[in-house]
Design a protein around this ligand. Structure first.
Ligand code: GDP
Length: 138
């Protein structure tokens, strides 16, 4: 069993895609074991995306991620990190496979609806960034 962090980004929330994303998770037998809606502060977003701090899009990305509420979730399942990344599709929606969330809904390389951890270590960091153990159903 593996866990990963999912975020429905501000564009996904404002465009009414919370249900659509969760429907795809459930259809693919991915379990949601924690969930909440928050609006990140600039500090929180900068800390979350610290690995990208030297990238040219860092300021724009953190401004976007704080621009409205997001839904953060912990997902659980066998190989869920890769499985959820496959459901999301490539970062750039233009390169995303047919039927993926980003291919179907993203409008921009930055405004790409969803986030998903990319490895075991990042998943552990990202889950702990938003949730304490009492908020995660086991
Ligand atoms: P992910 O793991 O697929 O989300 O992709 P990355 O970790 O590489 O990037 C994190 C997030 O930064 C992406 O989901 C996008 O929202 C944003 N991003 C990535 N590349 C670019 C870019 O070239 N330009 C802009 N504006 N945003 C980007």
């Amino acid at each position: 069993m593996e866990r990963t962090l999912s975020i429905i980004k501000p564009d996904g929330v404002s465009r009414g895609l919370i249900g659509e994303v969760i429907k795809r998770l459930e259809e693919n037998h991915i379990k949601v074991i924690a969930m909440k809606m928050i609006q990140m502060t600039p500090k929180q977003a900068q800390g979350f995306y610290a690995v990208h701090k030297d990238r040219p899009f860092f300021n724009s990305l953190t401004a976007f991620m704080t621009s409205g509420p997001v839904v953060v979730m912990v997902l659980e399942g066998k190989n869920v990190i890769l499985k959820y990344r496959d459901l999301m599709g490539a970062t750039n929606y233009k390169e995303a496979a047919e039927g993926t969330i980003r291919k179907d809904f993203a409008t921009d390389i930055e405004k790409n609806i969803v986030h998903g951890s990319d490895a075991t270590e990042t998943a552990a960091f990202e889950i702990g960034y938003f949730f304490n153990s009492f908020e995660i159903m086991s």
